[in-house]
Design a protein around this ligand. Structure first.
Ligand SMILES: Nc1ncnc2c1ncn2[C@@H]1O[C@H](COP(=O)(O)OP(=O)(O)O)[C@@H](O)[C@H]1O
Ligand SMILES: [Mg+2]
Length: 376
C-alpha cells in the first residue's frame, strides 16, 4: 500500500465518519472517468472476531464534470428516492460528512472532490457478448427507468445543458462547417453530406419532445453494460451505478445510446467499418430485458420510437465526433491525429446499417412490447 494514498483515504474515511481501522485498499480500474478505490475497514462482528467491511471511495473527475456539487445533489436525490421505495433491494447509498449541520455527500478541498458509497460485492463486464447478460443489463436500465417513473425530473439539475438536443448539436456542426477554422471541411465532404442528408430523421426524438409528445423523465445518460453490477454467480443484474450524468431527459436517449454502444459488431472507433453494424441478436436481448421492465411505464409513442432512437443517438454522436474533428479535436480525447474522423466514419457505418435494419428493429420492439404488456 502506498502510504500517501493510505493517508489520503484515512482522512476521507474520517470525514465521512467511517468507523474502525483501515485494513487495506485496492484501486478498481473498470471505469475510465473517475478514480475508484475499494477500501476495507476492520469491524468487530459482535462475537469478538474481526471482519472486513468494504466501502467504495471515488475521486470525481472534475475536469469531465464541471458541476460536481449539483451532480452529487442529483445522485443523492435519486438514490435516496430509490432506497425509500425499495428499502430491501440492493441499492447505492452515499455517505455524509460531518455530524450535525453541513452534512454533505462529498468532500471538496478546492482541488480533489471525493465521495463514499457502499461497496456491492459483484462482477462488472467491460465488454460482453453473452446474450443473457445483455438481457439482464436491459432489465437493469429498464428497472431504473420504471422505479423513477413517478419521480419529478424537475427536482434534478441539468448538469450538462442540452446534452441530447440533437437540433442544437446540428446547429453547432453547421456553424463550425461554415467557419472551417482548421481547413478540414473539404476532406470530410462525404461525411458532412451524409449526416446533413439525414438531419430531420436524426432529430426525431428532439422534435417530438419539443412538440410536447414525449414526456420528460429521469435518464441515466451513460447506459453502458459496465455501469451495471451483476451477481457473481447468477449474473443477474444487482444495481445500476455511475450516476454522474443522471438528468432530466427522454427515455429513448438511454435506450438508443445503450444499443449504439453494445449492439455494434465493432468498437465505436473501428477503422475497418466493413464489419461495423448492428447485431440484431444483441438488440433483441437488450430490448427484451428493457421492455420487460418498462412496457407498462412508457407511453405508446415512447415505445414506438425506441428503435428510431438508436438511429437518432448514433447520428447525434456523428455530429459530435465530426464537429470535434472540424474544430481541431478540442473535446474528445484522441489517441492519434485522425481519431475523431475514424470515429465519425464508424458511427456513420452504424447509422447506415440501422437504416437498412430499421424495419426489423421496429418489429423486435413491437414483439417484445406485446409479450410483456400487462403480464406483471
Ligand atoms: N458501489 C459499487 N460497488 C462495487 N463496485 C463498484 C461500485 N461502484 C463502482 N464500482 C466498480 O468501479 C467501476 C468504476 O465505477 P464508475 O462509477 O462506473 O466510474 P467511471 O465513471 O470511472 O466509469 C465500475 O465499473 C465497477 O466495476
Ligand atoms: Mg462507469
Amino acid at each position: 500500500m502506498d502510504s500517501k494514498v493510505t493517508g489520503k483515504l484515512l482522512k476521507i474515511g474520517e470525514a465521512f465518519n467511517i468507523e474502525g481501522p483501515l485494513f487495506s485498499y485496492e484501486e478498481l480500474n473498470m471505469g475510465n472517468i473517475n478514480r475508484t478505490y475499494k477500501v476495507n475497514y476492520i469491524r468487530d462482528d459482535g462475537t469478538g472476531l474481526a471482519k472486513l467491511k468494504p466501502f467504495l471511495f471515488q475521486r470525481v473527475n472534475t475536469y469531465a464534470f464541471k458541476n460536481p456539487i449539483q451532480l452529487m445533489e442529483n445522485i443523492d436525490r435519486v438514490t435516496e428516492y430509490i432506497r425509500m421505495k425499495r428499502p430491501d433491494s440492493v441499492n447505492l447509498h452515499f455517505h455524509h460528512t460531518g455530524r450535525e449541520d453541513g452534512r454533505k455527500t462529498y468532500l471538496f478541498d478546492g482541488d480533489e472532490f471525493w465521495r463514499v458509497c457502499n461497496f456491492v460485492p459483484s462482477v462488472t463486464f467491460m465488454t460482453c457478448d453473452d446474450l443473457n447478460i445483455i438481457r439482464n443489463a436491459g432489465k437493469a436500465f429498464g428497472d431504473f427507468q420504471t422505479v423513477l417513473a413517478d419521480f419529478d425530473p424537475a427536482q434534478l439539475y441539468y448538469t450538462i445543458p442540452d446534452f441530447h438536443d440533437t437540433r442544437k448539436r446540428y446547429e453547432k456542426l453547421e456553424h463550425d462547417i461554415a467557419s472551417d477554422s482548421c481547413g478540414r471541411v473539404a476532406e470530410v465532404k462525404d461525411e458532412i453530406d451524409y449526416i446533413l442528408s439525414v438531419k430531420d430523421k436524426a432529430c426525431l426524438l428532439t422534435d417530438l419532445f419539443n412538440e410536447g409528445k414525449l414526456p420528460l423523465r429521469v435518464t441515466h445518460n451513460d447506459t453502458k453494460i459496465n455501469n451495471v453490477l451483476f451477481d457473481e454467480e447468477t449474473h443477474d443484474a444487482l444495481v445500476v451505478i455511475d450516476l454522474d450524468t443522471v438528468m432530466p431527459g427522454i427515455v429513448g436517449s438511454d435506450f438508443g445510446d445503450a444499443i449504439r454502444f453494445a449492439a455494434n459488431y465493432t468498437e465505436e472507433d473501428s477503422r475497418d467499418t466493413s464489419k461495423t453494424g448492428i447485431d440484431l441478436n444483441v438488440f433483441w436481448a437488450f430490448a427484451e430485458g428493457f421492455l420487460s421492465e418498462t412496457v407498462d411505464a412508457l407511453t405508446n409513442l415512447e415505445i414506438d420510437t425506441l428503435a428510431a432512437s438508436c438511429f437518432s443517438l448514433t447520428c447525434e454522436l456523428v455530429t459530435r465526433f465530426l464537429d470535434d474533428y472540424i474544430d481541431g479535436d478540442k473535446y474528445f480525447k484522441i489517441n492519434y491525429p485522425e481519431h475523431n474522423l475514424v470515429r465519425t466514419r464508424c458511427q456513420i457505418a452504424l447509422a447506415r446499417d440501422m437504416e437498412r435494419k430499421m424495419e426489423a428493429m421496429d418489429a423486435i420492439v413491437k414483439g417484445c412490447a406485446a409479450k410483456y404488456k400487462n403480464v406483471k
